[in-house]
Design a protein. Structure first.
Length: 435
């Protein structure tokens, strides 16, 4: 880890490498909070949620809080709840329910593309598998195989002469199934392998969610080690920043919440995604455990603000024409406020003003992103969460290149800048009075 020029970049690399799937990320986030900062882990279905610093984990999602339970809390509650939301999932290749397949003497696993992956980036990598397995005793086993296991080989250029003129064309059904053995496919072999991974018998395996992952660890590169190359920067980078910021707070700072939602890359409409009622339900349970009734809770929500944190597009040096010319985003120049008048991002001037104050309090620069008018704009959990919660929201993120590639990049210096600005977001001094 010493290769990284600052401890926050090293910490992010460690978090990413330990989190090949959203289920690992939520689990690691829970562990990070409970080991380093004495957060109490609650079962998602048991009340009251009365610890001042706590968290709940459901599948690949996590909600964590720092919220006083005594009367001192009342003045801090006047500023409303400060939230930071990020997503825990990333595009990848997922194993199908009946994956055992193959051709011409080679065993393969059937995969389905999860989210908007740049599928070319999954070719010719040393891939492994990670995920979770549902067992007959009602338990869920999380596993991560740490050796290279699979490969999606690209077709040789001699057999694909059109590639030079027309570019690489990949069919998601036929061209992405990884190789994982020699011989004829055997039905049930994958289930046997999974059982061995989690140390049970094949008949105990009821179902699974399993993803492919690159085996290479995150690394630092560049003439002066300026850059971080890693899988899943979108959006484990923001998740890490949110967790580090929450660790830096005390309950007396006011109610502060971190939510990591699974399923952003596939539309957020799931039980624990950003379009679910889950966050609102947990917030109300937290309020009830502090003696705040429903009317008081709803009033509190109106005073609250969500920082929706997701990665931003740095200007690509080889494609500057793909960016709005007056809104170039630099790597290593601090957090980015994402603006879109058609609400692909939830930012408006009120939310942006609050985040600018947090950046000023943290002493970090801030950049403004605006998408080209002739390109369709991406989105985040921001608009969805704003609508679900009825809470003012601002979309921000750190600059990166290669978004949705199996291996992305950002500037190492942006990691501590993110942690500082997110920490200031949670501090009472970083607030302005709500009208
Ligand atoms: Co994202």
């Amino acid at each position: 880890m010493s290769e990284f020029p600052n401890p926050e970049a090293a910490g992010l690399a460690g978090f990413i490498d330990a989190s090949p799937t959203p289920w690992h990320a939520a689990e690691m986030a829970g562990r990070l909070l409970s080991s380093e900062a004495s957060f109490v882990r609650h079962e998602p279905s048991s009340s009251p949620l009365d610890s001042e610093r706590g968290c709940v984990v459901r599948g690949g999602s996590l909600i964590a809080w720092s919220w006083a339970t005594d009367a001192v809390a009342e003045s801090a509650d006047k500023r409303g709840i400060r939230l930071i939301g990020a997503h825990s999932d990333s595009p990848n290749l997922r194993i199908r329910p009946r994956p055992d397949s193959g051709a011409v003497g080679v065993k393969q696993l059937g995969v389905e593309v999860y989210g908007g992956a740049l599928v070319n980036s999954w070719l010719d990598l040393d891939l492994t598998l990670a995920g979770r397995v549902q067992l007959t005793d009602g338990s869920t086993a999380i596993f991560s195989h740490n050796r290279a296991l699979l490969r999606v080989p690209q077709l040789a250029i001699h057999l694909d002469r059109d590639i030079t003129a027309e570019g690489l064309k990949l069919n998601k059904q036929t061209h992405l199934n990884p190789i994982w053995g020699l011989g004829a496919p055997v039905e049930g072999e994958f289930r046997d392998w999974l059982a061995a991974q989690v140390g049970c018998s094949t008949s105990d395996v009821l179902d699974w969610d399993v993803a492919c992952a690159d085996t290479r660890p995150s690394t630092s590169f560049g003439q002066q080690q300026e850059f971080l190359a890693a899988p899943r920067l979108d959006n484990l980078c923001s998740a890490y920043g949110a967790l580090r910021a929450l660790q830096s707070t005390t309950p007396a700072d006011g109610p502060n919440i971190v939510v990591l939602h699974d399923h952003e890359e596939v539309g957020s409409t799931t039980a624990t995604g950003a379009a679910s009622a889950w966050l609102t339900q947990i917030l109300e349970r937290l309020a009830l455990a502090r003696g705040i009734d429903r009317a008081g809770f709803l009033e509190l929500l109106v005073r609250s603000t969500l920082l929706s944190a997701d990665m931003a597009h740095a200007t690509h040096p080889n494609y500057p024409d793909r960016h709005e010319p007056s809104h170039h985003i630099d790597l290593g120049a601090g957090p980015v406020i994402k603006h879109n008048v058609n609400a692909r991002y939830a930012t408006d001037s009120e939310g942006a003003a609050k985040f600018r104050q947090a950046c000023a309090a943290a002493g970090v620069g801030v950049q403004d992103y605006s998408h080209r008018g002739d390109l369709a704009c991406g989105s985040t959990i921001g608009p969805v969460a704003a609508a679900e919660l009825g809470v003012e929201t601002v979309d921000v993120g750190m600059a990166q290149l290669s978004m949705h590639s199996a291996r992305e990049m950002m500037a190492n210096a942006d990691v501590p800048a993110m942690v500082a600005s997110f920490s200031a977001w949670f501090r009472p001094s970083g607030r302005i009075a709500n009208s």
